[in-house]
Design a protein. Structure first.
Length: 134
């Protein structure tokens, strides 16, 4: 609860500071992306997972935006090509991080889901044996 909320608030402050340092053309778009990420985080049932998601994705968005600013400011084709290649690699790594996050989340929720399904089956079996259940 509160620890995750405080951590998310600190991440928001960090995000605002980082966004202010971005090129003006990117600021609104990055803020919109981070607002969506925050909504995704708030929708997660486990506040710690929501906090982790918000931190991970915020940092990813800001890092890519910083790199995008560098690409826009590149003065040579060689420098621009290097930065574009770096952007592609970072984006691929980000996607791997996202897959890993979901895999971890799935691993944590699967045992609980299995238990809930088993409990549902037990209740259904008890009710099917009870003529007064309808």
């Amino acid at each position: 609860g509160f620890g995750a909320e405080a951590s998310m608030d600190r991440q928001k402050v960090s995000n605002l500071r980082a966004i202010a340092k971005l090129g003006e053309r990117q600021q609104a778009g990055v803020q919109q992306q981070i607002d969506v990420i925050e909504q995704e985080a708030m929708a997660m049932t486990d506040p710690k997972q929501g906090e982790a998601w918000f931190k991970l994705r915020s940092q990813q968005m800001i890092d890519l935006a910083k790199l995008n600013d560098q690409i826009q400011a590149a003065t040579t084709t060689k420098e621009r090509d290097r930065l574009v290649a770096e952007y592609g690699l970072i984006n691929a790594a980000n996607n791997a991080d996202i897959k890993q996050f979901y895999a971890k989340q799935q691993a944590q929720t699967s045992p609980m889901m299995a238990l809930a399904e088993q409990l549902g089956e037990v209740i259904a079996a008890i009710n099917s044996g009870n003529p007064n259940s309808n």
